[in-house]
Design a protein around this ligand. Structure first.
Ligand code: HGY
Ligand code: MN
Ligand code: MN
Length: 410
C-alpha cells in the first residue's frame, strides 16, 4: 500500500510559500514576474532532482513526466503556482506539489505505473496581471492562439511574450503536445461549503461560467468646488452606480450567481477634481449559462442607462468568457470511491472558482478534488486549510491515480 509522505509535501508547500512572501504573510507571485520565476525554478528543481522528464512549452507551461511500464498516455495532475496580488499559499500550489508527491511516492516505493504519470504547472492561471485567466491550460486545450496570448499587455504595461522571455520560460515544446489519459486537479475549495457541512473531500463535477469585462468610463475632469452638480459628467459617480447595479443584478438573478467589481481606477484620483475617467472590471459568474447571459444583458442595459443619465461615454472590452463546464462523471466517481475507501466524508459539488481543470476537460476526462478552506477564505493571506485535510486530499489524489492506472474506468 502506497502512502504519501505528508511531511515532505507540507515542507515543500512551506518552502514555496516563502517565495514572493508579502509583509502580511501572503503570496505575491504574479504571472511572469521575478517571483513567479523564482517559484518555477524551485519546483522545477524538485522535478529534475526526482529524475523526471521535464519539458517547457511555448507559453511556459512546465510538465514533468514519470515514464510508465506500458507506454500509455499520462495520467496528469497539476495546477498553477502563480498567485493574485496578495494571495494564500495553497491556491494552485497544493495541486502541483500534491501531484509531485504522488509521483515521488511511486518512485520511492519502486512502483512503476502502467500509464506515464505527469504533473503540470500551467502559466498564468490567475489572470491577475495578464488576462484571460487559465491562460496556459486554455492554450494547451487549443482555446486561445499562442499569438494572441503573446500580444497580451499586462495591467502594468508589459508584453506577455517579452516577460516570458525575460524570466527564461519561453519554452520550445509546441503547446498541447502532451494529451493526457485523464487529468485530476487537487485544489482547496476556496469557499465555505465543505467546512460548513463538516465534509472532508469534494468530488468536483462542474465549474461555473465566467464573464470578465473591462469597462472604461469617460466623463469630464472638473473643479470639485466650482462645478454645479447639474453640470457634471462625473465618471466616478457613474462607476459607483455601475458597482451598485452589479450587486443588484446578483440579487435579482439570485441562487449561486455572483458579481464583483474588483478593480476601480479613477483619474486623476485627486480629492478636489471630479473624476474624468474611470477604468473598472466586472466579474460575473453562474453555473447556468442562460442565467449568466441574462446577467450580462442586464449589465449591458445598465451601461447605456448610466451613460445617458450622467452624460459619460462607456466602452467595454471582454477579458474572459468561459461557459460552465461539466466534468467527466467517471473520474468524479473514482474520486468518490477513493474517498469512501479511505473513510473520508465526501460530496459531489460545483466549483465557484475557475481552474485549469475546466480547460483540460476540453481534451481529456477530467475532474477535481477539493479540500476545505477555513472560513471559506481565499485570494487572501488568511487562506488556510488544516494539515489533516491537506493530507487527506493528497491521499485521495494518490488513490484516484492508482485506480485509473490499474482499472478499466477510462
Ligand atoms: O478567478 C478565478 O476563479 C481563478 O482564481 N483564476
Ligand atoms: Mn487556483
Ligand atoms: Mn486563484
Amino acid at each position: 500500500m502506497l502512502n504519501i509522505n505528508f511531511k515532505r509535501l507540507n515542507g515543500r508547500l512551506q518552502e514555496l510559500s516563502e517565495v514572493g512572501r508579502t509583509s502580511e504573510g501572503g503570496s505575491r507571485r504574479l504571472a511572469l514576474t521575478d517571483a513567479d520565476k523564482a517559484g518555477r525554478d524551485l519546483v522545477q528543481r524538485w522535478m529534475i532532482d526526482l529524475g523526471l522528464e521535464v519539458s517547457i512549452d511555448k507559453i511556459g507551461n512546465i510538465f514533468a513526466v514519470l515514464k510508465g511500464s506500458a507506454n500509455k498516455k499520462p495520467i496528469m495532475m497539476g495546477s498553477h503556482i502563480d498567485t493574485v496580488g496578495n494571495g494564500g499559499h495553497l491556491d494552485g500550489c497544493l495541486g502541483v506539489l500534491g501531484g509531485l508527491e504522488v509521483i515521488e511516492t511511486y518512485i520511492e516505493n519502486g512502483k512503476i505505473p502502467e500509464h506515464d504519470l505527469a504533473v503540470a504547472i500551467f502559466t498564468n492561471e490567475e489572470g491577475a496581471r495578464f488576462q484571460p485567466d487559465m491562460m496556459g491550460s486554455l492554450i494547451h486545450a487549443h482555446g486561445l492562439s499562442l499569438e494572441d496570448a503573446y500580444q497580451t499587455i499586462s495591467n502594468d504595461g508589459k508584453k506577455l511574450k517579452e516577460e516570458l522571455e525575460r524570466i527564461g520560460y519561453l519554452g520550445d515544446m509546441e503547446c498541447g503536445t502532451i494529451i493526457p489519459h485523464a487529468f485530476i486537479e487537487l485544489h482547496i475549495e476556496q469557499g465555505p461549503i465543505l467546512e460548513k457541512e463538516n465534509i472532508k473531500i469534494g468530488a468536483v463535477e462542474n465549474v461555473q461560467g465566467i464573464s470578465w469585462t473591462s469597462v472604461t468610463i469617460k466623463g469630464q475632469a472638473n473643479h470639485a468646488g466650482t462645478t454645479p452638480m447639474s453640470m457634471r459628467c462625473d465618471a466616478g459617480y457613474a462607476a459607483a452606480l455601475l458597482t451598485v447595479r452589479v450587486r443588484q443584478i446578483a440579487e435579482e438573478i439570485g441562487g449561486v450567481h455572483v458579481g464583483t467589481v474588483g478593480v476601480i481606477n479613477p483619474k486623476p484620483n485627486l480629492i478636489n477634481v471630479v473624476a474624468g475617467d474611470v477604468k473598472l472590471t466586472v466579474d460575473l459568474r453562474n453555473v447556468d449559462e442562460e442565467k449568466l447571459k441574462q446577467s450580462e444583458k442586464l449589465f449591458e442595459d445598465a451601461l447605456s442607462d448610466i451613460a445617458e443619465l450622467e452624460g459619460v461615454e462607456i466602452s467595454t472590452e471582454t477579458l474572459a468568457r468561459f461557459e460552465p463546464v461539466k466534468f467527466d462523471d467517471r473520474v468524479a466517481c473514482v474520486i468518490t470511491q477513493a474517498a469512501n475507501e479511505l473513510g473520508l466524508s465526501n460530496k459531489r459539488m460545483n466549483s465557484g472558482a475557475g481552474h485549469d481543470a475546466q480547460m483540460m476537460a476540453r481534451i481529456c476526462p477530467t475532474a477535481m478534488i477539493f479540500v476545505p478552506s477555513r472560513d471559506g477564505i481565499s485570494h487572501n493571506p488568511k487562506e488556510h486549510t488544516d494539515e489533516h485535510y491537506l493530507k487527506s486530499g493528497a491521499e485521495v489524489l494518490l488513490k484516484t491515480v492508482q485506480k485509473i492506472d490499474g482499472g478499466t474506468v477510462l
